[in-house]
Design a protein around this ligand. Structure first.
Ligand code: NAP
Length: 482
C-alpha cells in the first residue's frame, strides 16, 4: 500500500555536523527519500555546516556517495541530481565567528527554518548562542538535537538551560529515533484505536510485559563513547524508557504533543526505585581473551554492555504487573520487541492434560516490523483435546507492502515532523530530566558498590543471572530471534 504523501512547506534546513557519520548515513538518505516521494519540495534548501573547508560540489559528491551506499538500488538516478541541487555547504565553527555571516546569507526570510544539531552535545550551547547572536533563531525557527541528551540529570539540565536561553521549548525537538518507527506509533493506535485491547491493558489481565532491544553487533566503532556510557545510559534511559512509556501510559485526551508527553512523563514519575537484586549487568566475552574489555581497550572496564531490569509502576493500572526490560550488545540476534503476556485463563475446562497457553501480544520493532497475537486453539487431529498456541500474524511488509520499514524510515518521519512543527514524537525537557532522575541513583548505586558486571558469551542471550531474574518469578524471557 503506497503511503499518502502530503508535501511540507518550503524550508531551509541547516545540518550542523554536516560531514559527520550521522548526517551521511541517516539524515541525507532520509531527506533524499522524502524528496523522491514528493514530500520535500524542490524549493527546499539543505545547508550543510561544519568546520572543514570544501566546495559545494565536493560536499554534494560525498553526499551522493553516501546515499548510494545507504540506499543502494533504491537510488533513482534521475532524481539524485534534483536532490543534490537543493544542497549547499558552508564552513562554520560553532565555537568562533567563522562562517556565521556566510551562513546567514544562505538563509531565506520567508520559509520554515530548522537547525539540526548533529554534533557532540558540548556544541549545543555554543550553537544556540551563535544562532541567537547572528539573529538566526527568531520566529518559529526550530532546533533538532540528537542523543545522548546529557550524561546524567545535572548535564541534561545544563543542556536544557543552554537551549532554553535562546529557544522556547516549543522550538526544541529532542530526537529519539525509536519514536519514529512505524510500529512504535502503531503501539498507540493498537491501544487507543481499537476497543479490543484497552479494557485488558492493566494488571487485572496482564501478567507481565517484556521489552527487549537486542543487538548482535559489538561496541566496535563506538568503543570510546560506549565505555563512558554503558547500556543503561545508551539505551535504557532513552529508547527503552520511551517504549515503556508508550506501553504503560494512560490514554491522552488527544494525539497532540502536550497531551501525549504529559502522559509519558507521568509513567516515568510513577516508576518505583529499582532494587539492586532486580538489575543484572553484563559484559560480553568471546572465550578467547577478547570481548567487551578488549573492544574498548580497557582491561579493567566495569561498563555494562547488557542490562536487564525488573520494574514496577506504582499506579492503579499497573500495580502488581512487573515490566522486564533488557538490552545488550553481542547478543544472539538483532531483535527489538514489546511482548504483553496476558494472564492464564482463570480455570481450564479442558483439564491439566490439555495444556495451557497464555496469550501474548508481540509488537515487533525490528527487524520485520509487525504485530503478532498468540491465540490458543485446539491441536488438530483426533488425539483428544490438546491446546496449542498459534500466531495471528501481521507483518507490515507483507500486509502493507515494502514501503514500510526502510532503513531511514524513522528519520524520514521525524525530520518531516520537525518541518511540520509537530512535537508529538519528540521528548520534552521535563521528560528527559525525569528519565535521568530515575536512572542516576541506579548508576550511583553501582558506582558506590563497585559493581562488576557478570560475563556472558558473545552470541548468547546474556548472563545467566538475567534468566534467574525471570525464573525467580516463575517466568521466562522470550527467545531472542531475528
Ligand atoms: P561525527 O561523525 O564525529 O561528526 C561530528 C560533526 O561535527 C562533523 O561534521 C564535524 O565536522 C562537526 N564539528 C565538530 N566540531 C565542530 C565545530 N566546532 N563547529 C562546527 N562543526 C563541528 O559525529 P556523528 O557520529 O555524526 O554524531 C553527531 C551527533 O549525533 C553526536 O551527538 C552523536 O552522539 C549523535 N548520534 C550519532 C549517531 C550515529 O549513528 N552516528 C546515532 C545517534 C546519535 P568538522 O570536524 O569538519 O567541523
Amino acid at each position: 500500500m503506497a503511503p499518502r504523501v502530503i508535501p511540507v512547506d518550503p524550508f531551509d534546513l541547516v545540518v550542523f555536523g554536516a560531514t559527520g557519520d550521522l548526517a551521511m548515513r541517516k539524515i541525507y538518505p532520509a531527506l533524499y527519500r522524502r524528496f523522491v516521494a514528493g514530500q520535500m519540495p524542490p524549493s527546499a534548501r539543505i545547508i550543510g555546516a561544519a568546520r572543514a573547508d570544501q566546495s559545494d560540489a565536493e560536499f554534494k559528491d560525498t553526499v551522493a556517495d553516501h546515499i548510494r551506499t545507504a540506499l543502494g538500488p533504491d537510488v533513482d538516478k534521475t532524481e539524485l541530481p534534483g536532490f543534490l541541487s537543493t544542497l549547499a555547504y558552508v564552513s562554520v565553527d560553532a565555537n568562533s565567528d567563522k562562517g556565521w555571516p556566510d551562513l546567514a546569507a544562505h538563509l531565506r526570510a520567508d520559509v520554515t527554518r530548522c537547525f539540526y544539531f548533529s554534533v557532540a552535545p558540548s556544541l549545543f550551547g555554543p550553537l544556540a548562542q551563535n544562532l541567537h547572536r547572528w539573529g538566526l533563531a527568531g520566529g518559529d525557527a526550530r532546533v533538532v538535537v540528537e542523543k545522548p541528551f546529557g550524561h546524567d540529570l545535572h548535564s541534561a539540565k545544563g543542556l536544557n538551560r543552554a537551549l532554553a536561553a535562546h529557544f522556547d521549548e516549543s522550538q526544541v525537538y529532542r530526537i529519539d529515533h525509536y519514536l519514529g518507527k512505524e510500529t512504535v506509533q502503531n503501539l498507540m493506535v493498537i491501544r487507543f484505536g481499537n476497543m479490543l485491547f484497552e479494557p485488558l491493558w492493566n494488571s487485572q489481565y496482564v501478567d507481565h510485559i517484556q521489552i527487549t532491544v537486542a543487538e548482535s553487533l559489538t561496541v566496535a566503532g563506538r568503543a570510546a563513547y560506549y565505555d563512558g556510557a554503558g547500556a543503561m545510559r545508551d539505551m535504557v534511559q532513552n529508547h527503552l524508557m520511551q517504549l515503556l512509556c508508550l506501553t504503560a501510559m494512560e490514554p491522552p485526551a488527544k494525539f497532540e504533543p502536550q497531551s501525549v508527553r504529559d502522559e509519558k512523563v507521568k509513567v516515568i514519575r510513577a516508576l518505583e526505585p529499582v532494587q539492586p537484586h532486580h538489575i543484572v549487568r553484563g559484559q560480553y566475552e568471546d572465550g578467547q581473551g577478547g570481548g567487551f574489555r578488549a573492544d574498548v581497550n580497557n582491561p579493567k572496564s566495569h561498563t555494562e554492555s547488557f542490562v536487564a531490569l525488573k520494574l514496577s509502576i506504582s499506579n492503579w493500572r499497573w500495580a502488581g504487573t512487573p515490566f522486564y526490560l533488557r538490552t545488550g550488545k553481542a547478543l544472539s540476534a538483532r531483535a527489538s520487541e514489546i511482548a504483553v503476556v496476558f494472564k492464564d485463563a482463570p480455570h481450564s475446562i479442558f483439564g491439566p492434560e490439555a495444556g495451557r497457553h497464555a496469550n501474548v501480544l508481540t509488537i515487533r520493532l525490528q527487524p520485520n516490523e509487525g504485530i503478532t497475537m498468540g491465540v490458543t486453539i485446539k491441536e488438530p487431529g483426533p488425539g483428544g483435546m490438546r491446546l496449542m498456541d498459534v500466531p495471528l500474524d501481521m507483518s507490515f511488509a507483507k500486509t502493507l507492502g515494502p514501503s514500510s520499514g526502510s532503513p531511514t524510515d524513522a528519520y524520514e518521519r521525524l525530520i518531516m515532523d520537525v518541518i511540520r512543527g509537530d512535537q508529538t514524537l519528540f521528548m520534552r525537557a521535563d521528560e528527559v530530566e525525569a528519565a535521568w532522575a530515575w536512572t542516576d541513583p541506579i548508576i550511583a548505586g553501582w558506582q558506590a558498590r563497585a559493581d562488576v558486571p557478570k560475563t556472558y558469551a558473545s552470541g548468547s542471550s546474556g548472563p545467566s543471572d538475567a534468566s534467574l531474574l525471570m525464573s525467580r518469578d516463575g517466568r521466562a524471557w522470550r527467545k531472542i530471534t531475528s
